[in-house]
Write a protein that binds this ligand. Structure first.
Ligand code: FAD
Ligand code: SF4
Ligand code: SF4
Length: 480
C-alpha cells in the first residue's frame, strides 16, 4: 500500500495512494500523526491578540488548545475544544478552514498559517483512539467509552425542549442545552443521526464512525434521540406542545433538490445529488448486493455544479468504477465554491472539467436513457449579487457531450414537509424560516438555525447558529 506524502512547512500529512483512492471509499487524508501534530503546534506563535479566535465561528479557544497539544496534553486539548464545539472530528475534516480560523492566523500573511483544522482533527481522533484503547483495557465495563460529563453539569431539569433534525445544527443545539441541564429530546426523520454528514458527505472525506462517535458523545450528555421520527407526520409541533415541550429548535436542513428545468431532466439515469449520495453513502450502494440498495451508473458521467456536493458526487462516481467523470460548471476554477483541498484531490484523481460551460438540454434515446448533453460555452461578464462574475453564453458555441449518466448538484431548497404544518410560521421569499437576531421565529417558542434558515451553507455556520439559538432558548425559558 503506497502512501503519498504532502509536505506543509515541516509538518507532514499523509494521504492514501492514488490507486487505493480510485478503488475504495477509504478516507483519503490520514491527518497528522503525533510527531507532526507536535511539530505543527509548536510553530504557533501564541500571539497575544490571537486573531485566530475570532476566525472560528464556533468560538473555540484555538490558541489554548494548540498550546495544550504542543505540551502533549491531548486530553486537555480535546476538553478545551469540546467546551465550544461538540463536533470537532467532523469540523477538523470538513470545515472551510482556509476561509475561517486559518485565514485569520497571523502566519497566513506569510502563506503558512497554522493548520488549525488538522490539529483539531488530531485531538479529536486521539480521543477516539485513546477511548478504544481504554475500552479494550476495561472489557467488562460496557460504559467505558462514555466520555466524562462536562464539569458543572447538573441533572436534567423538568423543562422539556424538542430539537427537530439531527444534523450539525440539531446535534449542537441539543448538546449545548443538555450541558445546561435541560431535558432535551432530539427527533430525526432518518434511521441515523448526522444529517448531511451521514447521508451526504462520503466516507472518503468523513468516515461514518466519526459521526457515530460524535453523536454518541452528544447522547451521553443526556440527549434523548428518536430516529425514524418525522415531525409534521409522526407528530406535529402542536402535539409536542400539548405533551409539555416548552421550546423548539428547528434544524431540518434544506434537503429538497433543485433542478435546472431544462428539457430532458426526466430521462433515465438523471439523478439529483441528494438521491445519488443517499444511495451511495447512507444505503451503501457501493457495497451492493451485500447491501440492498443499488445505484445504476454508466461509463461516462457528468456532474452539473462545482460545490462540495458536486465534487462528492464526482469522486463517488470514480470510486464506483466510472471511466470518464466530468464536472460541468458555468464559471471558471477560481469561482468554484468547493473547498480548495477537495478540488485538488479531484484533479489528482483524474476528474475532468468542462469549465465556462452550461448544459442546455439532456439528450435521450427512444428508451428515454440519457445519451448526452447539449451545452453552450460562456465567458465571464459583470459580477452578480454573489460578487462572482456571471457567465454570459457565447453565441454559436453549442456542442454535444456524449454521456450515459447525469447528476445534478446545483443546490437545494427548503423541504416544506414540516414547515407547512406550523400555522403562522413566517418564511422568507425563498421558503426558508425567517428569524430575528435571537434566532427566534415568528412563533415565540420556536427557534431555528442551519440550512433551513440560510439555504445550503456550511457545517460551521449551522453550528454557530445552533449555539446562539441554544443561548437564546436558555434566556427565553428563564424569562430574561
Ligand atoms: P442537515 O445536515 O441537512 O440536517 C438536517 C436533519 O434534519 C437531517 O438529518 C434530516 O433528516 C432531518 N429532518 C428533516 N426534516 C425533518 C423532520 N420533519 N423531522 C425530523 N427530522 C427532520 N459543509 C461544509 O462546511 N464543508 C463541506 O465539506 C461540506 N460538504 C457537503 C457535501 C454535501 C454532499 C452536502 C449535501 C453538503 C455539504 N456541506 C458542507 C454543507 C453542510 O453539510 C450543511 O450546511 C450542514 O449539514 C447543514 O446542517 P443542518 O443541521 O442545518 O442540516
Ligand atoms: Fe477552524 Fe472550523 Fe475548527 Fe473553528 S471549528 S477552529 S473554524 S476548523
Ligand atoms: Fe497561533 Fe496563528 Fe493563533 Fe497566532 S494567530 S495564536 S500563530 S494560530
Amino acid at each position: 500500500m503506497g502512501f503519498l506524502l504532502i509536505f506543509m512547512n515541516d509538518a507532514k500529512i499523509t494521504k492514501i495512494s492514488l490507486a487505493e483512492r480510485k478503488a475504495t471509499f477509504k478516507e483519503v487524508s490520514c491527518g497528522f500523526d503525533e510527531d507532526n501534530a507536535l511539530r505543527e503546534a509548536k510553530r504557533c506563535l501564541q500571539c497575544k491578540t490571537a486573531p485566530c479566535l475570532k476566525g472560528c465561528p464556533a468560538g473555540i479557544d484555538v490558541k489554548e488548545f494548540i498550546r495544550l497539544i504542543a505540551g502533549k496534553d491531548h486530553a486537555g486539548a480535546i476538553a478545551k475544544i469540546k467546551e465550544s464545539n461538540s463536533l470537532p472530528a467532523v469540523c477538523g475534516r470538513v470545515c472551510p478552514q482556509e476561509e475561517q480560523c486559518q485565514l485569520a492566523c497571523v502566519l497566513n500573511k506569510k502563506g503558512c498559517p497554522i493548520k488549525i483544522g488538522y490539529l483539531e482533527r488530531f485531538a479529536a481522533d486521539w480521543e477516539l483512539t485513546a477511548g478504544i484503547k481504554y475500552k479494550t483495557e476495561n472489557k467488562n465495563n460496557p460504559s467505558s467509552l462514555i466520555p466524562a460529563l462536562p464539569a458543572g453539569r447538573h441533572h436534567p431539569s423538568s423543562i422539556k425542549i424538542a430539537i427537530i433534525g439531527a444534523g450539525p445544527a440539531g446535534l449542537t443545539c441539543a448538546a449545548d442545552l443538555a450541558k445546561a441541564g435541560f431535558d432535551v429530546h432530539l427527533f430525526e426523520a432518518l434511521h441515523k443521526p448526522g444529517g448531511v454528514l451521514i447521508y451526504g458527505i462520503p466516507e472518503f472525506r468523513l468516515p461514518k464512525i466519526i459521526i457515530q462517535n460524535e453523536s454518541r458523545y452528544i447522547q451521553n450528555l443526556g440527549v434523548n434521540l428518536y430516529t425514524d421520527y418525522v415531525i409534521g407526520r409522526t407528530k406535529t409541533i402542536d402535539d409536542l406542545r400539548k405533551e409539555g415541550f416548552r421550546a423548539f429548535f428547528i434544524g431540518v436542513g434544506a434537503g429538497s433538490p433543485k433542478f435546472l428545468n431544462i428539457p430532458g431532466e426526466n430521462a433515465n439515469n438523471v439523478y439529483s445529488a441528494n438521491e445519488f449520495l443517499t444511495r451511495v453513502n447512507l444505503m451503501k450502494a457501493y457495497k451492493f448486493p451485500q447491501y440492498d440498495t443499488p445505484v445504476k451508473i454508466g461509463k461516462k458521467v457528468a456532474i452539473f455544479g462545482a460545490g462540495n456536493v458536486a465534487f462528492d458526487c464526482a469522486r463517488c462516481s470514480l470510486r464506483l468504477g466510472v471511466e470518464d467523470v466530468r464536472i460541468i460548471y458555468r464559471r471558471t476554477r477560481t469561482e468554484m465554491p468547493a473547498r480548495a483541498e477537495e478540488i485538488e484531490n479531484a484533479e489528482q484523481e483524474g476528474i475532468s472539467f468542462d469549465l465556462l460551460t452550461s448544459p442546455r438540454e439532456i439528450l435521450a434515446d427512444e428508451n428515454k436513457n440519457v445519451t448526452g448533453v447539449r451545452c453552450i460555452r460562456n465567458e465571464l461578464g459583470e459580477p452578480d449579487s454573489s460578487g462572482r462574475r456571471s457567465p454570459v453564453p457565447v453565441a454559436g458555441s453549442e456542442f454535444i457531450r456524449e454521456l450515459d449518466t447525469v447528476v445534478i448538484a446545483i443546490g437545494t431548497n427548503a423541504n416544506p414537509l414540516l414547515i407547512s404544518t406550523i400555522p403562522g410560521l413566517k418564511l422568507n421569499k425563498k421558503g426558508y424560516i425567517e428569524i430575528n437576531e435571537n434566532l427566534q421565529s415568528s412563533i415565540p417558542d420556536i427557534f431555528s438555525g442551519g440550512d433551513i434558515v440560510n439555504g445550503s451553507a456550511t457545517v460551521i455556520s449551522a453550528i454557530q447558529q445552533a449555539r446562539a439559538a441554544a443561548g437564546a432558548i436558555k434566556k427565553y425559558l428563564s424569562g430574561k
